[in-house]
Design a protein. Sequence first.
Length: 749
Amino acid sequence: MSSYHIDPLKGLNGQQLQAVEATEGAVLVLAGAGSGKTRVLAHRIAHIIQKGDAKPWQILAVTFTNKAANELRERVAAIAPDGNQVAAGTFHSMMLRLLRREHKAAGFPQDFTVFDSDDSKRLVKIILNEMNEDRFRPNYVHSAISRLKNDFIPPDQCAEEAQTPRDTMIANVYKEYQEKIARFAAMDFDDLLSRPIEVFRNHPMVLNFWSNRWRYILVDEFQDTNRVQFELVQTIAGPRGNLFVVGDDDQSIYSWRGARVENIFQFKEKFDGAQIFRLERNYRSTQPILDLAHSVVSNSIQREAKKLWTERTDGKKPTAIGLTTDIDEVREVVDRIAREVMSGKRSYKDFAILYRTNDQSQLFEDALRARRFPYQVIGALKFLDRKEIRDILGYWKLILNPRDDVALRRIVKEPPRGIGDTTIDKLVKWARENDSSLTEALSKAHQVPGLNSRAVNTCRKFGAELEKWREGLKEKDLGVWAQQMIEETGYLERLEKEGSFEAEGRIGNLERLVSSITAHAEENDTGLRGYLEEVTLATDVDRMDDSADSVFLMTLHASKGLEFPIVFVTGLEAGLFPLENQEQQVENMDEERRLFYVGVTRAEDELFLTYAKQRRRWGQTRYTTVSNFLREIPKESVNWEGLHPYSENQVRTMSLDMFQSGGGWDSSTRNTSASNSASIRATGRARVNPDDIPAIHVGDLVEHERYGQGIVATLTRFRETHKVTVQFDHGFQTFVQDKARLQPVKKFK
Ligand code: ATP
Ligand code: MG
């Protein structure tokens, strides 16, 4: 036992130690962000191994991303021998592994395929087309089916209980979907979780095997598990009940995907005698950051009261920055990164830029690229969502699983090869009547009625090609095979002929795909199937390379569990964050609030909150109002720079009266001239001595020799100077403050 590098009981505080040492029975660690939940989970595994209570592979650890699983394995391996053999992964990847072993009990061939949500939606679309049903969008129908599957409602029951024509339609599509997906020997994401439960219910021996194998079960980010996931761990834990879960109800941000924060609250009821531990000391952030986070999340309607403390009491106060436009926001953020990096204080990788919606990344990317700053976008338009990549993956899926008609229909015309829609319709009809796949229909095209000899030849030729690639897979090195087959499809040739800038990009992506599969083959012996599984089950964060020195860009959702020295939470505007739906409603304000909490608690040392008064979204410039989350922060918890929150819309709508009756923390902060002059300094650049510029603020009454008295409506940096918009009786006027030097006449309370 001398090979332990670190004592798993070291480096923990008293509360953490208790949780680590409580190795038996049901245990819940309910604690706020950065309190060491994930750390406790890793140390607990190492402790169990060290005590000799279980071998690493007898421990199941469920994480939210595959990246987190890898890190966990590495971490345990650093503490305990063979720690990398812990069965760690996401729910989906662990259950896929189980189903491959138990495919017979599940009634599937061993080489079943996994349909990702795009495949599933395509299948729904095909079925809707076949039914001539065009009233509902495939996405909508797919989510309905997904919910039914998660609730274990079979198609027949669904049909019986249908009350409206819509219900009946969904029941019909659902039935067809289940039949087809079974015929294709495929499982969708929902099946990966619900099939194991069915297997366990119907085959006690199988359950017995896995319950005995996984003696200890640990789940990170438990607040974001759904019903089926809860049932899974409960079932596997069985009577032994060694289930250890850690979570934070304040960080539950996936209810829109079926996550149920109640899982945390019901833990005690479901597991008699469950122990509950709380961790109160935060090791990640400074006290000012924690205070700010707490001030906003404590307004949630339903939550377990908890407050974190830290020894890092001397940190910088978070900064809120109001900008005129989204472009200004981007420039401000990138400028700040530039200043810190150029002065040698920080590296690129110390910064994370977080946003509510993926489309906000584009402007940041443009700005970072223009400056030649290295950056990584986590999950924006996922590499694997690109058309050319999905097309080639479609070929690969089909090559592995000739029954996968969805894949065949995806690629048969990519590139065009003389098999048109009428031919496909005939193949589909024949396949249905003969209970076979489209692949089979291709090779037996001569038996398909109504095809002319040219069509027959083309079909059979393509069928033979698919067969050749399938054979090649057995002989060749995977990377070489991939390169060759992509060339043979004619896909590259078509892109080359196109010759456009975009086509160049697509060719580049395919090159990356080949490198990626080559690298996979060098490191694994799981072959094409292993590669496809990995990419199908990959989460956004899995592709993040944190060894690279680059700025990180990601959505707030993707940032869960991560930490960065400096964090920018951007786009804090009503409508954007909290995000409104098309009906301009925030569907779940508390969840948005928790998302804000997740974002700000990623920050270790410094936190910036930005918002822009004008933003282009969906091709339209909109005037925004500041997010209520910013308004909820007590004035002493944040330094304000740039535009003031109530300055939004002023240019268009605010009247003098509104200023005077402003109220809220706007009017009270207006008087904190120390922070205000600091704001002018911070947003300005060299040249003008900032001390010479009169400190004026949004809402101040100023006097101009020609226009008389007016109210400062906006204050923003413009090129190297400060731009001031003042509302006079006759309208708005803009000045360069460095020249105009407007002086405040009187301040409002
Ligand atoms: P989140 O809720 O964001 O997932 P968490 O509760 O899982 O956070 P961790 O990520 O485990 O928290 O820990 C936060 C940071 O604090 C990590 O960098 C971790 O290494 C560090 N940390 C946790 N506990 C200790 C400790 N006892 N001593 C030193 N550092 C610690
Ligand atoms: Mg964690």
